[in-house]
Design a protein around this ligand. Sequence first.
Ligand code: FES
Ligand code: FES
Length: 172
Amino acid sequence: MKLAKRAPKSSKKRGKKARHVKVSLNGSIFEADVEPRLLLVDLIRDVAGLTGTHVGCDTSNCGACTVLVDGQSVKSCSMFAVQVNGSKVQTIEGLAEDGDLHPMQSAFWENHGLQCGFCTPGMIIQASWLLKQNPNPTDDQIRAGISGNLCRCTGYVNIVKSIKAAAKEMRR
Ligand code: FES
Ligand code: FES
């Protein structure tokens, strides 16, 4: 697979006019001066150092970069960092609370919802967002809800099983 060129990390290195970005990142204020063309996924990974959000395609196809922006599921390779100025951004690192895995994380663990794990952070973020929209989805609704997240390993059967298990747990 041909790797896409990554955006530069720092505006200062390229001498471009920096823009100040201030976000709530997993509940903590994070600020940085960035190039206007810096992608949100690069802000998260390269500037903030949160590498749980993955880059699989860089073309908004695979969903590995999925995060929440103000509660909405987005592919962070499809947004500029400056677009989230003033917003709340949640990544996979922000899902666990006080050291306890989120029910979706536990369900993926218990139901073998992953193999290589590359798609897993984006898949779990998307699945947790899906259950906020629909706490009791059918298999078809789950498959439709994660249709923008590609997994090359699992065949999706255990992913659907994991999401159903998490839904059951979260409805309790
Ligand atoms: S890296 Fe964003 S959708 Fe693939
Ligand atoms: S577990 Fe390998 S890509 Fe999904």
